[in-house]
Design a protein around this ligand. Sequence first.
Ligand code: GLC
Length: 439
Amino acid sequence: MDEQAAAKLQQEAQEVLARNDRELWTVPAADLYPHQWLWDSCFISIGLRHIDIERAKVELRSLLRGQWSNGMLPNIIFSGGERRHIDLWRSWVSPYAPDNVATSGITQPPMLAEAVYQIGQKLKTAERRSWYKEMLPALIRYHEWLYADRDPHKQGLVLLLHPYECGLDNTPPWISELRKHSLPWWIGLIEKLRLDGLINLFRRDTKHVPPGQRMSNIEALAYWSALRRLRRKAYNSEALLPRALFAVEDLNFNAILIRANSLLRQIAKTAGHSLPEGLDEAMRRSETALEQLWDETSGQYYSRSFVSHKLIEEPSIATLLPLYAGTISHERVARLVDLLKRERVFSAGWPVPSVPLNSSYFDPYKYWQGPSWANTNWLIIAGLKNYGYEAEAAVLKDRTLKMVAKSGMYEYFNPQNAKGAGAPDFSWTAALTIDLLKS
Ligand code: GLC
């Protein structure tokens, strides 16, 4: 991309971030997502650090407002005004939820260590140390919670209780899990009587985005009902697990956690602190446990059901994310890079489709079932660099920037023609565009 085009793109991205700035945090998109989201703010701060490093720090400090006393970082911290969502989640049913702010009751991929680390990389040594010291206690408490609460048998992989936790809401592995369980009878009835169209009356997202670009109404209802189950048990995983609708050792989440663990180690070292022994052991277990998700026949990793212990053999963008974890063997890396480049699999005109083109789920406009997203591209670029695939990383970066330049700062993009879809003016697309331009 030439200098002029890059400057124009950066300007556009900065304007989106400025419009979505709510002083202490940035909303992902003004109409569709008017609150603070966990992994969004992490990606946003990674971009903001190039423009205004103090503002980038504020973005992450604001996330800590929502931290529960047991260490959990919720995926949403609500802004006032939107009672409907606050009342849906009712975080106050848990004794661990903070008193002065309403949050969701579940988490999202643990990108915080990466965001803290990336901000640190822009600071001078003394400032970096004090920044890391400031953020370290919350980070440790979060990672400790992940293992204590979500790895009950100390096996090294953390489990998720709701698809929203994996960040890729309607990704095929979770939808296929959903279809394996019997849906509540009333959802079955609505489906049978074909009354699901009525659900649009109650949905916020389909008022802003064409329904064909979102999850189906039946899926949305099932997710909503799963959320109510969590709420009824006060988001207590011990009480939930025996009868959980979902319990998945999610590939995307665990790959990100492994990278986060290694950054947490570096952050602690720079801050001059050692990690609690139990946490350190749990972190080491994760690296070997990830390999249990490998399937030799298909040559790829999958998520696994915590209940049946079976791999969920549905490929998705998560297939490529062990590259980002940075702990897998070079042989397996080569097989993943081959999938990335293979036509009819992950090689599309505009990278990288959120499900492979040869999957029966593939639909170029449907949310996490086909479109290309800037954040997963960013994670794959970092993953390719982990293993010295510099040329592949450079191509992916260039195509990502051109895709965004062609259509604008959309939430996601059709991988066949780069057309933007979902919300316009989407913050993490803008922030990661800036980061890719600057790195
Ligand atoms: C959607 C995405 C999720 C994101 C949220 C806010 O729910 O699936 O990953 O955090 O929007 O942008």
